[in-house]
Design a protein around this ligand. Structure first.
Ligand code: AMP
Length: 384
């Protein structure tokens, strides 16, 4: 379907493919703006479905259901990028899809994504495609033994990744791929990880949030704070890299650029996520416009909102482990005894280790104080 650039005004219906917490917070923002929201995923009583006007429970492969879903809405968007290409194409036959399927296609696969970036001179670590034992041996010879071997498709939160070094058994590493296509990435000696969440509108207008600094634990995002503790010129460079990437991909909507800051103060792009991002959750309580509202504005062709941060802020993820450590229900009253803490829960029934159940946000006079607050609040929720 031809993509009309006319604004999709409040009162219209936004269709969301995917129904996790990103979809939930997107739906809440969309409703605040007066939109209706339909979500589509294989899961019932999903985080997004609970707060949407309609929850369609069907397989992404059921293309007739996908078309019927798309016909009922004014624009289709995504809350996670691993929706099959055939699904977004089927939706695009009958509705506007933003960002379009090409953006998804590039960002669903680490090899396509890194190749796209490298070919356009964006800074990425040297990498090689690995489809055979010989490829792996050659990559290790060419790029050196310090590397991360990742499956090319469907990876997130460090899943499908192996860290390699001089003593690594390459045969065993290859076997662990179980035949999946992989990417061998030279190890980046980084001092910190940052992300830029940015939006691009239907007319190419651009707005980035301040640079976020991210700390991980067991490969899962643990704490984000903003602004990042990096020099102003590096922050400006990060934002400008994001601008270039969103333009190159002709994104309409939000896209997150995850980057490493190397020991030598250089930026290296690690990964793109064509959507709202866990590191952007603090925008809900810290910025004039949240990342979720911004995505709605962008995909609906409304003017983008101000990304100005009102005060230093931090976010701590609440994983299922908090429930387990608390022996059932976390001690919310203890956590919220700090009146500056903002609790966001995703409506997930079952708390499993590593499962993202919610997050805590705080703003304060300094980033350090905001970080201390969210960490303290989480400790109290655990009962420690
Ligand atoms: P990813 O799934 O690509 O976001 O990677 C998950 C985590 O693994 C990153 O946040 C880094 O901490 C680490 N990592 C990934 N790729 C590299 C690399 N090329 N060099 C060093 N560390 C990496």
């Amino acid at each position: 379907m031809a993509d009309s650039l006319d604004p999709i005004l409040p009162g219209a219906t936004i269709g969301v493919l995917g129904s996790g917490q990103l979809g939930r917070m997107l739906a809440l923002s969309a409703r605040a703006l007066g939109y209706r929201v339909h979500v589509y995923s294989p899961d019932a009583d999903s985080p997004a479905g609970q707060v949407a006007d309609r929850e369609i429970v069907a397989s992404y492969d059921d293309l007739d259901r996908v078309r019927a879903f798309a016909r009922d809405v004014d624009v289709v968007t995504f809350e996670f990028e691993n929706v099959p290409s055939a699904t977004s194409h089927a939706a695009a036959e009958v509705a506007r899809v933003r960002p379009d399927g090409d953006v998804l296609h590039v960002t669903q696969n680490r090899l396509r994504e890194k190749t796209f970036l490298r070919d356009r001179a964006f800074p990425v670590t040297p990498f090689r495609r690995v489809a055979s034992r010989a490829d792996l041996a050659e990559a290790a010879r060419d790029l050196g033994p310090f590397a991360v071997l990742k499956t090319a498709a469907f990876g997130y939160d460090g899943k499908g990744q192996q860290k390699l070094g001089p003593g690594s058994d390459l045969d065993a590493a290859f076997d662990a791929l179980k035949g999946a296509e992989a990417i061998y990435e030279a190890f980046v000696d980084f001092v910190k990880e940052v992300s830029v969440v940015a939006a691009r509108g239907v007319h190419g207008e651009f707005a980035a949030f301040p640079v976020f600094e991210n700390a991980h634990s067991h490969h899962i995002l643990d704490v984000t704070f903003a602004p990042a503790a990096i020099p102003a010129d590096l922050a400006a460079e990060a934002s400008s890299l994001a601008h270039g990437i969103l333009d190159a991909l002709e994104v309409v909507g939000l896209l997150t650029v995850e980057m490493f800051v190397t020991r030598y103060g250089r930026l290296v792009v690690n990964e793109l996520a064509p959507r709202t991002h866990n590191s952007g959750h603090l925008t809900i309580d810290a910025c004039v416009t949240s990342q979720f509202e911004q995505h709605v504005r962008a995909v609906c062709g409304l003017p983008l909102g101000a990304t100005t941060q009102r005060s230093p802020a931090a976010m701590a993820n609440l994983l299922g482990d908090v429930w387990i450590e608390a022996g059932g229900v976390p001690r919310w009253t203890d956590a919220l005894s700090d009146p500056r803490l903002k609790l966001h829960l995703y409506g997930k029934a079952e708390a499993r280790p590593g499962r993202k159940m919610g997050h805590l946000n705080a703003t304060d006079a300094t980033v350090e104080e905001a970080v201390a607050r969210v960490r303290r609040g989480r400790d109290r929720a655990r009962g420690s």
